[in-house]
Ligand binder design. Structure first.
Ligand SMILES: [Zn+2]
Length: 678
């Protein structure tokens, strides 16, 4: 039997990986890892970077390189069989991680290095690796007695299983429902692109008529443009009740019990480690210093945004009333917002699409990055991928000097997890002069090409692409040679959105837009007057949007901070309380957005959703340096590259920010960009 997952030279051999390979490969690697630890500990009494840390990093890397393509395939070409083995391996990996994290001998060996003479000669990044390791031993329960350690390990395994189940339920619920329309009059108001996508989806599924799904590129245009209010309500209801006890797939993929268990286990784990709650535990690895600091930050922004958000909502209500609608409901909001935007600025996402054909956007994005950082990005053919739509690129800083490589998977399709993200395929490491080039997966869920036309992106989609590319650059341009703190590794989670949100700014600058846009038929640049309108519309409903982000962040943070074992998670009541305090909009009673809130219940943003806003302070302030010096200023670009992008997690984010900006961050640029400056 060939073993594509164990052969970790070069890129993953996606076409050869089958579900049968996964468990044997992972089991073998974990067994090798366990044996190596014992062997290294036994072979020495004086531990050093070279005889302990470096070989362990090497082993970790082999495991990551085997597991990364599996996790990725599970997310982008999900099948029953793959999901099954993926879920079988999760507890094995979790067990391994906690076992090493609780390994007394290993812990003592790291302490010996930290306390010894060698430590003083290590470089900054190496010291950070050791410091982080000691911190993570503590966070894995090393200081607990045997029975508590065992319980902690069990909790970690249960959590990895439950959070994966949470995401699976959301994906299944998204796939489980669609709406087939055979009467064309029901499509009134929908732009041609949305109709064509629905017709194409119908053909792919051998159904007559137009098929609308809960994948975002199919769902959203209905909400924004369909005149038929019942259709909007039907789609909205299906979307916001996914994975819950209500709505059209009620009870089939219900996440309620999972959420309750996840919350209880997180709280228990945090308490075992000596924290009052999981929010405190979450901050142990973040830039924010205390739960009060986070709450004050969020509450302050909410106070600033609320009056403006109320005005925006009043304006929308009045506008809808003028159009003859007296009871504005949740399924009317995107629709009338889009109409109002058009009324005020004569602009719509749909109108902008012809200006953003995929080839132009992608090559323009590369051109911008090339100018900013002195790089070169080129496509590489004949790479083994998981789908014919996937492209592969290489970034160099001089001929023959490759900095990183990435897969780009742009379009939504069935059995691909929704949203957009960057993930690591291969992480940068270096040893004795040899450097392992970092490789990234950039995944989006954009509207696919229809017929023979190139894919046409909304401006929002272009912004999303820039965002993910920012994460990608952070991962790929790092110059740090130790995997634990290279790229995004070891970067405090609430600073990790700095390079990504930072990149979004270029999508609004004329000079940059000229590089990423061009009419798909004529190649013509966005006309000056359209650009004007885009800009005037930039902060349309921005306070409402900010308030919504703050609502999610406060909900997430309070949920984890206020967990009470006697009362349970109180998920709905907490959400309702947050809304009562800060929201201007109350969604309908049946809305179960929390049941598909994968950031918090399925991923790493638990008690960390605030990170988006936190990092936006950093990203807005960092961009203001370019506003001052010119958006393509090479010297400023170089400084951002050297101080932020290349440094990974080797130093504290505040220290890096100050090195770049010459001072600590202020909130001013964020308020100004959001139209909230006093
Ligand atoms: Zn991001």
């Amino acid at each position: 039997m060939s073993k594509p997952l164990l052969n970790t030279g070069g890129l993953p051999r996606f076409s050869e990986i089958t579900p049968e390979h996964v468990k044997p490969a992972i089991s073998q690697l974990l067994a090798e890892g366990r044996a190596l630890v014992e062997q290294l500990l036994a072979a020495n009494t004086r531990y050093s970077w070279e005889n302990l840390v470096a070989p362990l990093e090497e082993m970790d890397d082999r495991i990551s390189r085997a597991w990364s393509p599996v996790g990725h395939l599970n997310a982008v070409v999900n099948t029953e069989a793959l999901r099954h083995v993926y879920n079988e391996c999760l507890p094995l990996l979790s067990e391994y991680g906690t076992e090493l994290g609780q390994h007394e001998g290993l812990y003592q060996a790291y302490r010996q290095i930290a306390d010894g003479e060698e430590y003083t000669h290590l470089d900054t990044a190496q010291k950070k690796v050791i410091d982080n390791a000691l911190r993570d031993f503590r966070l894995s329960g090393i200081e607990l007695d045997a029975s508590r350690r065992a319980r902690f390990k069990e909790i970690m395994q249960d959590l990895s299983r439950l959070t994966s189940k949470f995401s699976d339920n959301v994906l299944d619920a998204t796939n489980a429902w669609h709406n087939t329309i055979t009467a064309e009059e029901k499509l009134a108001g929908l732009p041609e692109s949305a109709r064509a996508l629905a017709a194409q989806t119908g053909q792919q599924r051998n159904q007559d008529g137009w098929v609308f799904t809960l994948e975002f590129p199919s769902y959203y245009p209905v909400m924004a443009y369909a005149d038929d209010r019942d259709l909007r309500k039907e789609m909205y209801t299906a979307y916001v009740t996914r994975a819950s006890e209500t709505g059209p797939t009620a009870g089939l993929y219900d996440n309620n019990a999972n959420m309750e268990k996840i919350m209880a286990l997180r709280h228990e784990a945090a308490r075992l480690l000596g924290y009052d709650n999981f929010a405190e535990r979450s901050l142990a690895t973040k830039m924010a210093e205390s739960t009060e600091q986070v709450m004050t930050f969020l509450a302050d922004l909410a106070t600033r945004a609320k009056p403006a958000a109320q005005q925006e909502l009043d304006e929308l209500r009045n506008f809808a009333r003028d159009q003859g609608l007296d009871d504005l409901q949740a399924w009317d909001i995107p629709y009338y917002s889009e109409k109002l935007r058009h009324h005020k600025y004569a602009i719509s996402q749909e109108e902008l699409k012809p200006w953003f054909p995929e080839p132009r956007v992608v090559s323009g994005l590369f051109a911008i990055v090339e100018r900013l950082y002195g790089l070169r990005i080129e496509t590489v053919d004949e790479i083994d991928t998981w789908h014919e739509d996937v492209a592969f690129y290489r970034i160099s800083d001089a001929p023959g000097n490759v900095r990183g490589e990435f897969y780009l998977d742009l379009y939504a399709r069935p059995h691909k997890r929704g949203g957009a993200w960057m993930d690591e395929c291969i992480v940068r490491r270096g040893r004795s002069g040899e450097v392992q080039t970092p490789v990234a997966y950039l995944t989006c869920n954009f509207s696919p090409p229809i017929g023979d036309n190139p894919a046409l992106f909304t401006h929002d989609e272009v912004i999303t692409l820039f965002h993910e590319f920012g994460h990608g650059l952070h991962h790929m341009l790092t110059q740090i040679d130790y995997a634990g703190v290279s790229g995004i590794n070891g970067v405090a989670w609430d600073a990790v959105e700095l390079p990504s949100q930072f990149m979004e700014n270029w999508c609004w600058e004329r000079e940059a837009l000229d590089l990423i846009s061009g009419h798909y038929r004529t190649g013509e640049k966005i006309p000056a007057e359209l650009y004007e309108r885009m800009h005037r519309a930039r902060n349309f409903q921005s306070a409402l949007q900010m308030l919504r982000q703050l609502e999610f962040a406060l909900f997430d943070f309070r949920l984890h901070r206020d967990y009470d074992p006697k009362k349970g998670a109180r998920i709905r009541p907490t959400l309702e309380q947050v809304r009562k305090e800060i929201a201007v909009l109350q969604p309908p009673e049946f809305n179960r957005f929390e049941n598909s809130f994968t950031h918090v219940f399925g991923g790493g943003y638990a008690a960390g959703y605030y990170s988006y806003k936190w990092a936006e302070v950093l990203s807005a302030d960092a961009f203001s340096a370019f506003e001052e010096s010119g958006i393509f200023n090479r010297e400023t670009g170089e400084r951002f590259l050297r101080s932020i992008l290349e440094q990974g997690g080797s130093r504290e984010p505040m220290e890096l920010f100050v090195e770049f900006r010459g001072r600590e961050p202020t909130i001013d640029a964020l308020l100004r960009h959001s139209g909230l400056a006093a």
